[in-house]
Design a protein around this ligand. Sequence first.
Ligand code: ATR
Length: 270
Amino acid sequence: MTDRYAVFGNPIAHSQSPRIHALFAAQSGQDMCYEALLAPLDGFVAAVAAFVRDGGKGANVTVPFKEAAFRLATRLTPRAQAAGAVNTLSFADNTVSGDNTDGAGLVRDLKANLGCDIAGKRILLLGAGGAARGVILPLLQEQPAALAIANRTEEKAVRLAREFSGNTQLMPEAGGFARLAGQEFDLIINATSTGLSATALPLPPQLFAPGALAYEMVYGRETPFMRQAREAGARVADGLGMLVEQAAEAFFGWRGVRPATAPVLAVLKG
Ligand code: ATR
């Protein structure tokens, strides 16, 4: 019987995940199907339970249910634990296993697709919400020279940095945007939601070191952050590669097969 997978979100109609996983399955000859399922805002747990009753083997979880998925999981990977959020669920033997593949997806996109080595680099992470939290541990594990977190609400950045201070030898620095004056970084990652609202961040132009890469987690549009970075002479990437790589990592967890992402990325870029 064909194994069933799905992505839960609200809204979900425009999700690229069914297309990505269908391409992975075709490429690797896996007998599986993958659909997008809209869960009511107050009905995520019931929707997942119904899916499992119907034989669902695993699911991706997107906005706004990643924290609910974290609470639902009866077993968590260390990276899901650190992220405080789950984007990948596996169902077997009455166990709900929760993983978070977002950070690994970002790291893989940076290293494999964009040729950006993270070790020894000075990283600036913009934002201190769920998207930022999800990528901190995998970034720290790559042993950058420094990781700074800057956020509009300074206190949230400070709290987040403190949470991760025991994870590796590197203690993340944290502050508001005003503290960025006079500092420069090799890799600047926008994990704020400003890409969705088309708001510009108050970033000093010298922030982008020569040869710096500016990474926008949002995809499918030129955001103010991407424009600012381009104007400052930085190389710019959007989050499409991260989307495909986090999906590949989930697929690997479910099927034990690592799909080739380059052809899928090429299809999505059209
Ligand atoms: P997500 O899960 O996408 O991270 P979130 O947890 O709501 O969503 O976090 C949104 C992030 O974008 C936060 O870092 C937020 O800054 P605050 O903590 O100060 O709210 C940031 N953000 C949203 N709108 C912003 C804006 N107009 N300017 C600067 N930062 C903004």
